[in-house]
Design a protein around this ligand. Structure first.
Ligand SMILES: [Zn+2]
Length: 303
């Protein structure tokens, strides 16, 4: 995640950004910053780091009342907890400068290591998978080749849209059961069941080996929309059977076709669609994102 505070700080420092991180070089240190759950995270990679450095840094962190940090290979990850207010980016900037100054003075001749091969040489920042890395040209070429191979293999996979569709349909059945139970026992139509339809639909789609593509995401959503409608109609039917104390299909169809019942049903279906629409858009986005990662290395871009 990336919120405006860190984005602004990154811009001020002349750093770049990816979808979720602010990244770049400050002096000869590679910096990575991002927003987490109730926290901001700053990662500083030094060209080198030894035991004396660690003791020195721990002293600085203690002075700045920072309790959470951990060591990475050639770097430190500092966690700024945010319980109520956002952590001050000015404080983060000051600390960053103190640490970078320390590293750049001590290792003035060194340049950062490529995160992939560990060799100190000229490199650039790339977002691969789900994190940014400092990667040299040789490693980049190799990674691109691997990813192209992976993408080629992925393209050879059978599409399996139909079995994915069936999987999404089958896995969404618990959503219908939840809708029916909520309606029969609490007289409420559970909008939350829409969440279950989509989440289980995705699971089912993947279990049945549906191919992850934008069309796959579309299939899961269509199944979700169908199941929301089916769930509501079934919830009404079960409730009508319960009132009639008998299972009479002809009677049920006659009742469902009554204009006022039909109107109420459509209203409930539309309402459920509206409530679940934000979730559907989110899921579509997530699934397409997963698909994009299958084939992409992104270069960090300007803030
Ligand atoms: Zn390399």
């Amino acid at each position: 995640m990336l919120w405006p505070g860190l984005k602004k700080l990154g811009k001020e420092l002349g750093l770049k950004r990816t979808n979720s991180e602010v990244v770049g070089m400050v002096k000869n240190c590679f910096i990575r910053m991002f927003d987490g759950n109730n926290k901001k995270v700053l990662e500083i990679f030094s060209p080198q780091i030894d035991h004396t450095d660690k003791i020195h840094i721990e002293g600085i962190l203690k002075q700045n009342k920072i309790k959470n940090h951990d060591w990475m290979i050639n770097g430190v990850r500092i966690i700024f907890n945010e319980y109520v207010c956002p952590y001050s980016t000015v404080k983060i900037k000051n600390l960053l400068f103190i640490l970078v100054e320390y590293f750049s003075q001590k290792y003035s001749d060194n340049i950062p290591q490529c995160h992939n091969c560990g060799i100190q040489k000229e490199a650039d920042i790339y977002f691969v998978g789900n994190t940014s890395n400092y990667i040299c040209a040789d490693c980049l070429k190799k990674m691109e080749k691997d990813i192209n191979n992976e993408y080629w293999e992925y393209k050879q996979l059978p599409t399996n849209y139909f079995s994915g569709f069936i999987g999404a349909l089958l896995f969404a059945i618990p959503g219908i059961i939840i809708t029916i139970l909520f309606f029969v026992f609490f007289h409420k139509l559970a909008a939350v069941s829409a969440l279950v339809y989509i989440a289980l639909g995705i699971k089912g789609y993947k279990v049945f080996k549906g191919k992850i593509t934008p069309l796959g995401a579309f299939i899961v959503i269509i199944v979700g929309l169908i199941m929301i409608g089916v769930g509501i109609i079934m919830a009404y039917s079960v409730s009508i059977f319960k009132k009639m104390k008998t299972i009479d299909m002809d009677m049920l169809i006659r009742i469902l076709k009554m204009p006022e019942v039909e109107e109420e049903l459509s209203m409930n279906i539309i309402l459920s669609y509206v409530i679940s629409s934000f979730l559907i858009v989110f899921q579509l986005f997530e699934m397409v994102k997963e698909w994009r990662f299958l084939k992409k290395i992104q270069k960090a871009r300007k803030i």
